[in-house]
Design a binder for this molecule. Structure first.
Ligand SMILES: Cc1cc2nc3c(=O)[nH]c(=O)nc-3n(C[C@H](O)[C@H](O)[C@H](O)COP(=O)(O)O)c2cc1C
Length: 170
């Protein structure tokens, strides 16, 4: 993997996140966990390049992010979509995600975990944590659809994180 300046990434992050999906990974080589995410953003805040992740507190991955304040975002080619489906259905609490066939752990210089098979990796350090609040929804339809009537579960935790490294597979 080669380190690149985030400003040189030419991908469309709306498509990458919403359609292609990503893995949020947190922990270290001895113990980490990852989950699929299709909600999030990449942009600029406080003079830093940032990525924002939305993680429900029920996710095992959330325990790692809340504790370490670090995570990576890994983006893959289409041939890895089946893996993303599995990582988005199974929980690391009951499923051995660390030894999933076809995913090779890559330890970044920061000690954070990504995957050799990823085509783009963002190494992220959390700057700000919050949880979505029901009373702050101006769009009550989304509140009803995604929380009250929908898949259920708690309001997402919001992690705004500085992108401290970006890596591509050539
Ligand atoms: C396509 C897709 C996108 C998802 N996006 C998110 C997301 O953005 N935030 C979230 O909290 N869960 C999301 N999930 C659900 C988690 O990936 C899923 O609950 C996973 O099993 C959690 O694993 P864990 O318990 O090992 O952390 C998504 C699932 C799929 C299939």
């Amino acid at each position: 993997m080669k380190e690149i300046n985030p400003l040189e990434i030419t991908d469309n992050f709306i498509r990458l996140i919403s359609s292609d999906w990503m893995l949020i990974t947190s922990g270290d080589e001895s113990k980490y966990n990852m989950m699929t995410a299709s909600w999030g953003g990449v942009g600029e805040l406080w003079g830093k390049h940032v990525a924002t992740a939305y993680v429900r507190p029920e996710r095992y991955t959330d325990e790692f992010v809340a504790r370490t304040h670090r995570f990576t975002l890994s983006f893959f080619d289409a041939n890895m979509k089946k893996m993303l489906g599995v990582m988005g259905k199974e929980s690391g609490r009951h499923f051995d995600k660390m030894n999933y066939e076809g995913l090779t752990t890559k330890v970044l210089p920061s000690g954070q975990i990504a995957f050799e098979e990823a085509r783009l990796v963002l190494d992220c350090k959390v700057l700000y944590v919050d949880a979505l609040k029901a009373e702050n929804f101006l769009d009550k339809e989304s509140l009803a659809k995604w929380y009250n009537e929908g898949p259920g579960g708690s309001l997402h935790n919001v992690y705004i994180a500085e992108i401290v490294g970006a890596w591509i597979n050539e």
